[in-house]
Design a protein around this ligand. Structure first.
Ligand code: ATP
Length: 230
């Protein structure tokens, strides 16, 4: 009979959070989630589709469609869950509000890790109440094709305000994410995949194949619902 101890440890492992417009969700997102789970020692990971993303124009598909596609993409993988909190919320999808909600849900001790691609990380100082994010979660930053690799990024290419915010938080050791509920910044490398949702929308709009850039189930959904057509 297993003791209760490993189960308690499991519940205490960091919870990864991957927000995005997911318009549509693609294999870049899913590999990011999978490689983050391994590299950061996460106990689970939630994908959080934005309802009303504040940093961009209207998405090419509705929040309900983007949520449905996210559910299709994670089907069969118990390590990945979809959080519909931002889609259901009335207000704009500010990450700080989501982290406050999740912090209240998991309690003060469990580590939360906000996972960002390099592009999203560079834009962090434009986010609503961005400095408060560091008090709510760790931040893990993945490389992304088209952006400077971490080796050249840290700290030289960070903007002065991002550099100042991250300077004493940097770690390369996932154990540091388990040792505190929030506050560290950890770059990690994933398999570089030059896949983007905008590329997929362009392919579909122009009548080209997007197969093998995203799960077949999501591609079928796009076709069945006539998404991203001209
Ligand atoms: P779009 O092309 O519409 O701007 P996107 O492909 O960048 O969309 P988002 O939903 O905006 O997708 O991204 C959600 C998160 O996933 C962001 O943190 C982003 O940096 C990250 N991400 C998306 N695609 C990749 C990728 N191919 N490699 C690494 N990170 C990625």
């Amino acid at each position: 009979m297993p003791s209760a101890q490993p189960m308690q440890a499991l519940h205490g492992l960091p919870l990864g959070l991957l927000g995005g417009t997911f318009d549509p969700i693609h294999l870049g997102h899913l590999r990011l989630a999978e490689e983050a789970r391994e590299a950061l020692g996460l106990g689970g990971l939630r994908l959080i589709p934005a309802g009303r993303p504040p940093h961009r124009g209207e998405p090419g598909s509705t929040a309900e469609d983007r949520l449905a596609m996210a559910h299709l993409a994670v089907a069969g993988n118990p390590a990945l869950q979809v959080d519909d909190g931002e889609v259901r919320a009335q207000q704009k999808s500010y990450t700080v509000l989501t982290l406050e909600r999740l912090r209240a849900e998991v309690g003060p001790q469990r580590p939360l890790v906000l996972i960002l691609g390099a592009d999203a990380f560079e834009g962090l100082p434009t986010w609503h109440r961005w400095i408060e994010l560091f008090g709510l979660a760790h931040i893990a930053v993945a490389n992304r094709p088209g952006y400077a690799p971490h080796g050249r990024r840290w700290p030289a290419t960070l903007s002065p305000e991002l550099d100042a915010a991250c300077r004493n938080r940097h770690t390369a050791n996932a154990a540091d994410l388990r040792a505190a509920p929030a506050g560290r910044v950890m770059p990690f490398d994933m398999t570089p995949l030059a896949i983007s949702a905008s590329l997929i929308r362009d392919l579909v709009r122009n009548g080209h194949s997007a197969r093998y850039l995203l799960p077949d189930s999501v591609l079928d959904y796009i076709a069945a619902h006539h998404l991203y057509r001209k």
